[in-house]
Write a protein of this length. Structure first.
Lengths: 247, 116
């Protein structure tokens, strides 16, 4: 069957696979289900040998989650639609350049929208690949939280609650409300992730949430005072750009 | 007893094909009781994190057949998992979910028998 979009479904729940398979087979004649897997490990083996065009991938699975699966088959050239009952994974989903993120059980209208995006975003039209920022713009309606990688855990924090991110070598201290966590990711990572959500890199070592600025003090040592009382210097290079944000 | 399920979602994804609807409902009848049993097992082992995660994960199963009463019970369980203070309330909601799930399955089973 030429020109069909070869599609693989991975979900640890057989019932969820049945629903998705039926949805695709009955409503999307351009898609061809080539395999379904309840085991992420077996799916990985298959995908390494037989790449597909579209992967419908559950996020939370035992053994290996959807993001981990995607890492094991990197570089994956196809499109990915994450399917999950957890909307807190949305931020991670777009970090992995997911085309779409659908909450289970997947509704026909949402799947249609996702497939439409595949057609709109084919390499011939957009130059190939989807930048994290571009994908972020598609997820504005679902992104509420961010998963912060600490040493032994992942802490989920409301993005709006984050006040500032402070570089600490290759790591980053994240401050929100009266709490703080040292993330194993660098400040550049958070800049890419949070800039579309109202954050601004005010200094080489600081990324701030603009919504948490309390006061801007002009002059030579220009700085901002944040809602947690912290005082952060604005680098000379960034000063004009910062002022332009509010004019 | 009033109808505890709504097949709008399944009718939509199957384009109303009776054979497909029946096939999905049969799978639901296999999956739903196991899912509820798994919740109960996590609760008895006091694995509250597992319980909360599993509760959240099984919501789509009941949502697919529009079993709103079951979804409400699951959401209560999720909420109560946040504190050991609510331990007894979780037990009550689990019992409630078990009863609702059983009734939903009975009603769906009856519908399947009628359509055959």
């Amino acid at each position: 069957m030429p020109n069909k979009i070869k599609t693989v479904i991975v979900d640890d729940n057989p019932y969820a696979i049945e629903l998705l398979k039926t949805l695709v087979e009955e409503n999307f004649p351009d898609l061809q289900i080539t395999a379904t897997y309840t085991s992420p490990a077996k799916a990985t083996e298959y995908l390494k040998k037989k790449p597909c065009d579209l992967l419908l991938l559950d996020v939370q699975m035992p053994e290996m989650n959807g993001f981990e699966l995607l890492e094991t088959i990197t570089p994956f050239k196809g499109n990915v639609i994450f399917t999950t009952s957890h909307d807190t994974f949305a931020v991670q989903a777009f970090r992995y350049h997911a085309l779409h993120y659908l909450v289970k059980p997947v509704r026909l209208v949402d799947m249609k929208d996702a497939i439409l995006r595949i057609n709109e975003m084919t390499p011939s039209k957009n130059g190939g690949g989807h930048s994290a920022v571009h994908i972020a713009s598609q997820f504005k309606h679902v992104i509420n939280k961010i998963g912060l990688h600490a040493i032994n855990e992942m802490v989920f924090v409301e993005i709006n609650d984050i006040i500032r991110c402070h570089a600490d070598g290759a790591y980053t201290n994240i401050y929100w409300q009266k709490e703080k966590i040292l993330s194993s990711k660098n400040l550049k990572y958070f800049e890419e992730l949070l800039e579309p959500r109202g954050f601004f890199r005010i200094h080489d070592s600081h990324l701030i949430n603009v919504n948490h600025i309390k006061k801007f003090v002009k002059g030579d040592g220009a700085h901002v005072i944040m809602t947690d009382g912290s005082q952060i210097t604005i680098s000379r290079r960034k000063k004009n750009e910062f002022i332009n944000l509010f004019e | 007893m009033s109808q505890l399920y709504n097949l709008d979602f399944i009718i939509e994804i199957t384009n109303g094909k009776q054979e497909k609807i029946n096939m999905i409902l049969e799978k639901f009848l296999l999956d739903a009781p196991v899912s509820v049993k798994n919740l109960d097992s996590s609760f008895r082992q006091k694995k509250m994190d597992n319980l909360k995660r599993e509760a959240h994960s099984i919501k789509p199963i009941f949502r697919s057949v529009g079993a709103d009463a079951a979804i409400r019970a699951i959401e209560q369980i999720e909420q109560y998992c946040s504190s050991p203070v609510f331990y007894e309330l979780i037990q009550i909601e689990l019992d409630q979910l078990d009863k609702i799930s059983y009734a939903v399955c009975q009603q769906i089973n009856l519908k399947l028998q009628k359509s055959e």
